[in-house]
Design a protein around this ligand. Sequence first.
Ligand code: HEC
Ligand code: HEC
Ligand code: HEC
Ligand code: HEC
Ligand code: HEC
Ligand code: HEC
Ligand code: HEC
Length: 495
Amino acid sequence: MSLSRSSFALLAFAFAAHAETGSRACAPCHAEIYKKYMQTGMARSSGRVPATPNKESFKNAAFTSESNGASFKISPTFRLDFARDAAKASRQLQWFIGSGRLGRSYLFETDGMLFQAPVSYFAASKSWSLSPGYESKPTADFTRRVEPACLQCHASRVQQSAARPFLEDGISCERCHGDGSAHAAGKGRMINPAKLNAEARDSVCAQCHLTGAARVATAGGGRASYQPGRKLSDSVAVFVWNPAPPQKARATGHFEDLANSACKTNAGDKLWCGTCHDPHTEAADSRAKCQTCHTPNTCPNASGGDCVQCHMPKSESGQHLPFTDHSIPRNPAARGTPTETPVLKPFWGQPSKREFALAHAIASPATALALLEAASNEGDALLTAQLSFAYDRAGLEEKAERAALRAVDLDPTQTAARINLGSYAIKRGDVKSAMAHWLKALAQNPALTAARVNLAVAQYQSGDAKAARATLKTALLFDPDLLVAQPALSTLMAP
Ligand code: HEC
Ligand code: HEC
Ligand code: HEC
Ligand code: HEC
Ligand code: HEC
Ligand code: HEC
Ligand code: HEC
């Protein structure tokens, strides 16, 4: 069965036009830096499979998920086979994300859209397993679209194209140095992060290494609008919990942790990522770097030992990613858990009421309603959609429906609000409107299982069993494990 492709053109992310020249253009004049940078994890953080050099072993490439019972097998040609009882499906993994130092995730295409694979490769155990975040899913999920943020952090010159999602593998020179086309042609200077003021300098690394509890695109901004030399807070407002939650492994918590260190709070702008890291190599010559500020005899316990081993210990996270503690604790063993109630605060910059409200909607939905109402703006689709969800959570369905209608009018890609509109209609017995809403949601994203299943049930209940079967067949195309979670649907499939 083939699906229409025309609908995807509407999914316009605001991706910047990319005039950048690409890292290869830098090699002739900066050969040394180019050569060593290309060996780093950052430079190799994404690409087409198989990567060179290929890191994956296929010895432990067949497994049955302990959490949801689905079976997977990955072949050396990166074909992923899924099976559960009679349900079977295959996907060709096409792109990898992650250098493979720690592990790799993969993307595949279904009908002109890119999805994240439910399986990843883990270097430490040399084995394949469910992707991080998929362990809690009741089914083998093939419907998670790749988030633009994922590509923005792991690839360069990101495109809105499943056939060519990015023009350059990994993190290019220009992600930290800015557009180099003029400079490479001998006509301009590059940005050197080390020469920028502190916030602009830190923003270069923060675009990818600062996740926080919530990241909110500023009005007219968004991640793709950030350029080296500018402040990240002009494009994305980043919020963190204060006090910070107890240390737990977060792949992108380095900024928050360092900000909480006594070194950073006392040394201020003098200390930054670049103090200990040469971004063109992977090595952090940390002992020497500690001693730019500390003499070994300030430590009563040093006795010639490695500062980092005691003050920046490594932890293992659930996802097999070792993680170095950047909060540089005085005594990691003696650290307590904060007792104050944490609040969301901006990491830097002065976010607007809107950004504040949206951050709460993301990180603390239960407390977001009043803030969203206060920030409410008739012309803001994102804010209005979140307001609708907050009303829905509070049981204020009429208000929720009104806001949802406004949100989809402003922005047809607000598909979650559109799906809710269908549910409100069906509750009133208005099957026709409900089906119309779900069809519109599916026109935006054909892989929305919830909308597709709702539509099939509505079609069945309104007497059109044939249409219901066709709808479910399409749902299974995207979501082959669907029937396990909802066995009752099998009756719809029966002729
Ligand atoms: C034709 C040779 C040439 C090419 C190609 C070239 N550079 Fe340069 N680059 C230079 C020279 C010469 C300097 C020193 C003078 C200056 O700062 O402009 C320099 C300086 C730099 C600096 C230091 C700027 C500072 O203020 O400290 C950076 C960063 C840089 N280049 C990055 C790049 C990047 C990234 C590329 C590829 C997009 C690139 N260069 C391509 C010749 C080149
Ligand atoms: C905000 C930026 C950001 C986003 C978004 C992001 N990552 Fe990452 N990712 C990182 C950073 C930074 C690291 C390195 C962490 C470390 O070394 O501790 C990393 C590490 C990884 C690794 C391990 C790579 C290795 O070293 O072998 C994988 C795999 C990975 N990410 C996959 C993904 C996938 C898949 C997505 C999207 C669904 C994603 N990441 C989204 C920033 C990001
Ligand atoms: C992850 C961010 C990042 C990437 C990617 C990156 N650089 Fe740099 N680069 C920096 C920073 C930070 C400095 C300043 C280092 C310092 O002085 O402490 C720098 C300095 C430089 C300099 C001037 C100082 C010197 O050492 O000569 C040149 C030239 C340069 N980079 C070229 C490149 C080229 C070419 C590439 C790609 C092959 C590249 N950089 C990739 C962050 C980056
Ligand atoms: C465009 C996104 C991006 C930017 C900008 C960026 N990083 Fe990274 N960084 C990553 C990702 C993704 C990884 C994980 C790479 C992997 O192994 O797949 C990473 C890995 C690292 C690592 C682990 C070692 C390695 O090379 O893999 C260090 C250290 C690091 N980054 C430091 C920095 C510093 C310092 C800056 C700023 C000068 C910076 N990064 C800027 C995305 C970025
Ligand atoms: C840019 C300067 C700078 C660098 C680099 C630096 N520190 Fe610090 N650090 C400070 C300052 C300032 C303080 C606060 C005054 C003090 O206790 O000496 C501090 C405090 C500390 C403390 C006491 C923490 C507490 O909670 O009381 C420890 C432990 C420490 N640093 C270890 C390190 C280690 C280990 C490194 C290297 C990995 C390092 N520092 C790198 C500036 C720095
Ligand atoms: C005081 C020194 C110091 C500073 C400052 C520092 N780092 Fe690190 N970082 C280290 C050390 C030491 C390691 C462990 C290196 C190793 O194992 O080879 C490390 C490891 C990392 C890694 C690899 C994954 C991990 O957790 O082991 C990433 C990514 C990273 N740092 C990012 C950053 C970023 C981003 C900043 C700025 C916010 C930063 N670091 C500031 C010392 C520092
Ligand atoms: C064997 C583990 C170990 C090593 C190695 C070590 N430290 Fe410490 N350090 C400690 C402990 C434990 C404390 C806390 C002592 C206390 O709280 O009474 C400490 C305390 C400190 C303090 C706070 C001192 C004060 O009086 O406020 C600093 C600064 C410090 N270390 C820096 C360093 C530096 C720099 C190095 C490397 C040259 C280093 N440490 C190596 C275990 C170590």
